[in-house]
Design a protein. Sequence first.
Lengths: 182, 374, 179
Amino acid sequence: MQHNIEKLIKGCLKGDQKAQMHLYDTYCIAMFKIACRYLQVEEDAKDAMQEGFIKAFANIANYKNDFSFGAWLKRIIINQCIDVLKKKKIEFASIDSESLQMIDDDDWTVDLSISKIQIISEIEQLDEKYKMVLKLYLLEGYDHEEISQILKIPIKTSRTHLRRGRLQLKELLKSSHYEAGY
Amino acid sequence: MSMNAQRKQIYSKVFDVNVQTKAIFNLDDSAVIIEPSDDDKVHLDYAIVFDRFSMMEIDSLISKMKIEATLQNNQISLKTNNVLKSHEYFTYNGTGSFYVDNLFKSKKGNKKDSIFHKLKDSIQREIREKYKEKPLDSLGSWFKVKEENGAIKSLKELGGVKVVKGQFVIKIPSFVKLTINAKTAYITFAGEIKNELSVSLKRGKLSAQQLINEYNQINIDDAGFEVEVIKNGEYTLNNISKGLIGSIYNAQITSEFSKIEIGEIAKGVSITDFNSEYWFYNWTPNFNRFNMYSEYSKINLFYPDSKKYSLSTFGFNTKHHFKNVIGEIGPNKKGGKSKMMIVGDEKTAKNKIKMDIIHGVIRFGKDVISIPRS
Amino acid sequence: MKQDIKEVLNGFEETNKELPAAHRTEFLEKLQGAEKPMSKPENFYYFIKIAATIVLFVSVGYLALNSFNKSDPIIVETPIEKQLKDIEMQYLKHIDAEWQNFVALATDENLIKRFEQKLNDLDAGYQEITVKFKQDKNNILIIESLVENLQTRLRLLKDIQEHIHLLNQKSEQHENITI
């Protein structure tokens, strides 16, 4: 598969439409699912995904082999989704960087009785600012440096949003009676 | 606080300093405790204890606080914002309305008709008691909720008040010159503070055990002021609603619109005042000289114990109350000041009290000062 | 018993997302549209279109930034605020009344001036505290300072009038008093 992808990329560099469509076919569903994580309306997600591909092909010369094509493509598509969100006035506003923080707990544990579906649905209920960081961290596996680049926020803000999102998520899970006791 | 109260360390920093080091603290809406350091370092530590707050709320609260401390060019700069000693958050979701009690009730019933003598120690104890005040205790008793059925409940009874307590302790070596600019700040100096202080405080409170340095410049405006021992320095006290000084030695006070009780006056004290009320309870055996210059002031003066003193007042249009006698001296022929009252022999007395008072009221007594009902 | 959210979500994939049937054709069209070599007039229009989008985006972004900088785009008065406004009004009424009484009673110009200065200072302080209150409406300490400020002003005016009354009381006039 890898060899194939390399061939296809070479084809894209030459502007070969067939190669481009092949790449699209390979990755479109996965990328669509990723876009759906950030854009609720499937139509928007589809458009963002497709725009992302167009941009990727236009910039294919910049693709370097240091990470997988899929990861590179994913990044472009997520950026596209963020642009859409920004147009919808979703602010990833930064926090005053001088503010204090409690010594970090980094506790992601919740009761076993909570299902995956419940976690996913409660994530959707989080504040926009936290939701974004949480998803990038939990679902895409980005670290704070990457998140700060994607959202164009300071790393400290990314950490704070993640922590707050984590705390809010835990509270939402608790209060929806899925967890027994305090 | 319940058993579920949690404690979190928020901030901790240490600075190495030397005899040339200066410190400037800018404190806004903050409470700090400043005490002498055991080593030659400045320690800054802030921890909070909270109950019935969720982590989210604490986090949100902490995000509003600022603590910045740096050491540059041998100067420590500390800036704090919203670092309160206690935070009381009130959420009320009922249908009652807020009710402010006793707002304009005249307090005629409470009017004192005697002022009792106090010992220096009791004033100092009073000051110490107030360090320990719990947040809810000092809540204005006027702040209540009137529920729909007409019942009036205090905030404590409603139970909708959550408390977060914090303590920001600063340990500082005594050779560091300290400047404090503070607004709505609660500053407590614990222990014997020998540092050279330059303090400017507006709103809040200054509490201290001992302030000693001869170069101290302390300016307090519209804030509480309670110090067990003042030695040396210059103090400007404006609009202090209940000032307490345990004992004072070799210091100058310039004041206005304040009410200040002084447990003991020692050598070298002078006061310049406008429209304040003072209580002078005790005098040291060798206080030597006490000078006061005032306008529109009320002075409650308990006679010194020793016989070797003289007391003279100079001015005009001042009521003198002693026992049941009220005497008054009008302006002299030129409309100016003249000698009003003399107790003892000025020429031979070892200790002299000299008061320059115009438009004032001065009351004297031994163990009790009685205030004639108007 | 506990589980770690990170592990739960590791490798998570949405299962029920499907692209519409015509998506491929649609994409092909977009692809072809994007790659068509532009003749000059088309280039020009394309540039205008892009510029328009950028301007729109920038102004939209700017608006968004502005509204999020304000803490409360919609001002809703809380019950506490209403009550405090009421209290403030009552106090200010009383303070004004006492001020009038004081000015009428006092004969010393200097005294009046000093009081005026003092009350202005306290008023300035009150405004400062009000700003803090707007940022933190549930903070009891701030509410207390507001009311204390008003009480102080009233008390000062009442006290000085009482003082003047005391001074005006008839009593024994002396040349001097010796004890």
